[in-house]
Each structure stands twice: as structure tokens, then as C-alpha cells.
Design a protein around this ligand. Structure first.
Ligand SMILES: Cc1ncc(COP(=O)(O)O)c(C=O)c1O
Length: 393
């Protein structure tokens, strides 16, 4: 019998396995009569905050919102409310070009100016050197901008070099908002990401480590004033019902999604353990001859949202794997600064983005989801070995 095609991601596998739990939650929410915010959302917010803080710090506040893009926008708007930049200047926000476009879209939607910096060649996350150079450039050459925040993106589940980035933030009076959309459960020096900056933003897109059955997102913060501002912003700027204290938006988490997320949160540690064990198996089987597997730096715990390898013949490798029944994906085919919406107008670091440009055409994501069975992991790894053999013959 021909082997079935191994998909790159399969959110339906988790949802099918837990269907009876979702059915129960679905009936409970319908019976509750509360379909916007309310106790289901509050319960999930509290449990997710406690899970993030773990034993390493007192739990802060979690604010459930409609998606991960809104989470970033709301965090940036709240920062501007609490720490306004000098009048006549626009707030500058530093992030990477090698990210989901959502990070940069949210910065612009919040009325800030994105400045895109390069990445570190080993972890594919923000380069502190490129960040520092970009901040110095803005200070020297752009009197119209006021550096306000840095958004390090814990891409693929690998935490950024937060010690260095937070040090730069402190020296230049900028706050750190961690984009944790791909890093639920990743840790930096023993602390879960999202709890180290002034705020951490999350997406619960269905394929994420913690996914909803639709769109949802959240912001975590240990700062109660920021939490109050964000809570108001997600609902028309209300601090009191029907009275907008500040101009806000509508970005409320749906109680049905909150109930589903609460179920998946109970499975998250086991799901992340499964992802790490798949990554370890890939690591063990992949030959390094023509393929560079991902790294996990010693100070981090990788959440393996994605297992991304590097190959000079990426597209040929993807086609070779596809022929052998292995699905792959590319994250991302174009860095943000090269995409039509941004090319030529977005500000980039003074030395350009040479590592981003070198790395982007070589990245390929292998199948990675907790329900991926051992036999399929072996099939993927053996297809990679066959590729290596073919390349070296
Ligand atoms: C790094 C990153 N930031 C932000 C987002 C935005 O999340 P959402 O799709 O929930 O708006 C995503 C989701 O793809 C992401 O991967």
C-alpha cells in the first residue's frame, strides 16, 4: 500500500482527538447566554497568565483579543497612551524584516514607524548589533522620530537574545514588546517568553502551539496600568460601559474560542513535549552534509512551532520531498522589506539586511505538529538522507 502524504501541518488532528471536550464546551457556552467576553474569557485569561508566569514570577494580566495582529497594535497603542513621545515626533518601533508581515502591519496600524533590522545567522532572530546600529541611525539622522519600542519576534519558537535586546532598550529608553505568536512555551533563561518585556503578544491561529478553532489572540503584561489601558482599548476605549475614555477598537476574544483555548491549554505542555521530541528525532537523523538543521542556543528552550532547515537548493529539496510524500512550507518566501506593500518605503538598518537576504531563499519548514507519528518522522528523515545521498553522488 502506498504511504499517505505527510502534511506539513494538521490542526484538524488535535481537534478531532479532542472533539468530545470541544462538544462539551460548545454546549456550555451556548447554554451560558453570554457570547461576548464574560466568564469563559476571564477564566482563560487567568489560566493562561498563570501558565505563562509559571513558578518564575507572580502572574500578571492577560487580555484576550481577536487575533495576534490586534494584540501587537493594542500593546503599542497602550504604550503611546502611557508614555507619549514628544509632540511633533512619530514613535519609531524596531523589529525584524524576517517575520510574519503581521508584526509590521500592526506597527503601522498603531500609527508608529517600523524600522526593520537584520537577524542573527544561527537563530534567525533579531540581531542586537543591527538593532543598536539602527537606533543610533535614528537618533543621529531622524529628528522627526522618537525611538519608543522594540518588538523582538521569537520566530519559529526560538527565543531572541533578550539580554542584549533589553539592554539596548534600557539604554535608549525603549520598551520591549515580545512577539510570541510562534513561541507559546518557549523559555529564555528559565522564564517563559512573553513575561520578560513590558508586554508579550500571542496569536492563537489554529496551527500555533496553542491554537483556537478560528482567530484569537492575547497580550500578557506584568504592568497593571498597561493592562487597564489595553483592556479599554480592545473595547472602544471603555473604562466604564458606554463611555469611551480613550479612542479604542473592537477586538474582543470570543467566549467560544476562550473555552476551546482553555482545553488546548491543558494539553499544551504535552503538545510542546511532542514537538521537542520530533525535533530531537529529526536532529538525530538528519545528515549535515547539505542541510543545516535549526539550533537551540544554550540559554533557551525552543518551542518548535516550526522545524526550519536551511539548504542552498531549497526549492529542489522541497520538490524532492513532495515526490516522496512529504509536505513542506516556506516561512517566509519574501522578507517584509521586499514585499510590494513595503519595498522602497520602509526604513531599514544602516548596513542593510544582508543576513536576512542570504537566509530567506534557503529556509524550508518540515512537517511539525504534536500528532505527527513516529513512523512519519522517520519517513521524513529518511527522505532527507536520500536527498543527501543523491547530492553527494
Ligand atoms: C510572528 C507573528 N506575529 C504576528 C502574527 C499575527 O497573528 P494573527 O494571524 O493571529 O493575527 C503571526 C501569525 O501568523 C506571527 O506568526
Amino acid at each position: 500500500m502506498k504511504n499517505a502524504f505527510i502534511p506539513f501541518a494538521n490542526p484538524g488532528a488535535a481537534f478531532q482527538a479532542r472533539k468530545h471536550e470541544y462538544d462539551e464546551a460548545f454546549s456550555r457556552v451556548i447554554g451560558s447566554g453570554q457570547y461576548i467576553l464574560g466568564p469563559e474569557v476571564e477564566t482563560f485569561e487567568r489560566r493562561f497568565a498563570e501558565w505563562l508566569a509559571d513558578a518564575s514570577c507572580a502572574a500578571g494580566d492577560c487580555i484576550g483579543v481577536a487575533n495576534g495582529t490586534d494584540a501587537i497594535e493594542i500593546a503599542l497603542r497602550a504604550l503611546q497612551g502611557l508614555f507619549p513621545v514628544p509632540s511633533g515626533k512619530l514613535p519609531a518601533v524596531f523589529t525584524v524584516s524576517h517575520t510574519a508581515v503581521a508584526t509590521v502591519a500592526a506597527i503601522e496600524r498603531a500609527g508608529c514607524v517600523p524600522i526593520l533590522v537584520d537577524i542573527d545567522e544561527a537563530s534567525y532572530t533579531m540581531s542586537p548589533g543591527s538593532l543598536e546600529a539602527a537606533v543610533n541611525m535614528v537618533a543621529a539622522e531622524r529628528p522627526d522620530l522618537a525611538p519608543m519600542a522594540v518588538i523582538p519576534v521569537h520566530l519559529y519558537g526560538h527565543p531572541c537574545d533578550l539580554d542584549a535586546i533589553m539592554g539596548i532598550g534600557e539604554r535608549h529608553g525603549m520598551r520591549i514588546i515580545e512577539d510570541c505568536a510562534q513561541a507559546h512555551g518557549a523559555a529564555y533563561r528559565g522564564k517563559r517568553v512573553g513575561t520578560l518585556g513590558i508586554a508579550g503578544t500571542f496569536s492563537f491561529y489554529p496551527t500555533k502551539n496553542l491554537g483556537a478553532i478560528g482567530d484569537a489572540g492575547a497580550v500578557y503584561t506584568g504592568d497593571s496600568a498597561l493592562a487597564a489601558e489595553m483592556r479599554a482599548l480592545r473595547q472602544y476605549g471603555w473604562k466604564q460601559r458606554y463611555v469611551s475614555a480613550i479612542p479604542g477598537i473592537n477586538s474582543r476574544m470570543d467566549p467560544l474560542q476562550a473555552a476551546f483555548l482553555d482545553i488546548n491549554l491543558r494539553h499544551l505542555d504535552a503538545d510542546n513535549a511532542a514537538r521537542r521530541s520530533i525535533a530531537a528525532r529529526y536532529d538525530a537523523l538528519i545528515s549535515r552534509a547539505t542541510i543545516t538543521p535549526p539550533v537551540a542556543k544554550p540559554e533557551v528552550e525552543h518551542a518548535f512551532h516550526l522545524y526550519v532547515l536551511r539548504s542552498k537548493r531549497r526549492d529542489a529539496l522541497a520538490a524532492f520531498l513532495h515526490e516522496r510524500g512529504v509536505g513542506t512550507a516556506v516561512h517566509y518566501p519574501q522578507a517584509v522589506h521586499s514585499q510590494p506593500a513595503y519595498a522602497g518605503r520602509v526604513i531599514i538598518a544602516p548596513d542593510g539586511l544582508p543576513i536576512t537576504e542570504r537566509v530567506v531563499p534557503e529556509l524550508l519548514s518540515l512537517p511539525m505538529f504534536p500528532q505527527l507519528i513516529q513512523a512519519d518522522v522517520e519517513r521524513v528523515a529518511h527522505a532527507l538522507l536520500a536527498w543527501d545521498k543523491e547530492q553527494s553522488s
